[in-house]
Design a protein. Structure first.
Length: 255
């Protein structure tokens, strides 16, 4: 259960993600910078090592949401969807990510939607897996939002989508302060459909914010519900790599 908001900029972008989980689920770990196959990655993590969001030194961000509208589930023991972002985290382009996704044991992974934002080529791509096929869909380079909910996904999409559209009318729309206010919003009322989600058994448990410019990639992580301003926050940044062509040759040589 999550809300992902993408804000397009001329030379980069920013992205905010609320992670909604049951209160009995183990707490996620704050982001850290690490190297994977020679590339720098920033991501938070689950105790088991999976993640729901990552940004790399190419300026590409990947964010995963569960796809509850597809009710089919894997038979037997499933591979955690937290491994999906890990598998694509070093990708510099949609084609690299596509190849990594097709190398996964998809028939053992429950339905998901993966959003990839690529600043080098100003592309936003979504991959949808429904246990039958993996569909790749391109989106325009513009501000937009993705929403999932295990409680009532259609209603959450209507309510949060309306909140997003109303917020876009504000003079500050697209700023980081605006993005943070949106993700801690309880409009029209606090509950399972509000952007900052609250239920008796579940809530928004963290807010992750990614900012990518021509030179830097920056991740800000707020542990706890976004409406609790006293919660612990952490920040990690890294300098972006520029030689995408050389990185492509290295990536394919190791694939």
């Amino acid at each position: 259960m999550c809300t992902v908001t993408f804000i397009a900029r001329q030379k980069g972008y920013c992205l905010g993600m609320n992670r909604d989980e049951k209160l009995t689920r183990p707490t996620g770990r704050p982001p850290r910078r690490k190297r994977v196959n020679g590339r720098a990655i920033i991501s938070p993590s689950e105790p088991g090592g999976g993640t729901w969001i990552a940004v790399n030194d190419h300026g590409a961000t990947f964010a995963l949401i569960n796809w509850y509208s597809v009710t089919a589930r894997v038979g037997g023991k499933a591979v955690s969807r937290g491994e999906v972002v890990n598998s694509v985290s070093t990708a510099a382009s949609p084609d690299f990510a596509d190849a990594a996704l097709h190398a996964l044991p998809l028939n053992q992974i429950n339905p998901f939607r993966l959003i990839g934002c690529f600043s080098t080529t100003s592309e936003v791509v979504e991959w949808r897996w429904n246990l039958k096929q993996l569909v790749r869909k391109g989106h325009r380079w513009r501000s937009q939002q993705w929403i999932s909910s295990g409680f009532d996904e259609p209603k959450a999409q209507r309510v949060r989508g309306w909140t997003f559209r109303q917020a876009q009318r504000q003079a500050s729309a697209g700023s980081l302060d605006w993005l943070r206010r949106l993700h801690r919003s309880h409009v029209p009322q606090i509950g399972p459909s509000s952007t900052c989600m609250h239920r008796k058994d579940a809530a928004t448990v963290s807010y992750t914010e990614v900012t990518v410019s021509k030179q830097l990639a920056f991740m800000r992580y707020h542990e706890g519900t976004p409406c609790q301003r006293h919660s612990v926050s952490s920040h990690v940044r890294m300098r972006r790599k520029q030689n995408i062509r050389q990185d492509a040759r290295e990536w394919f040589s190791k694939a």
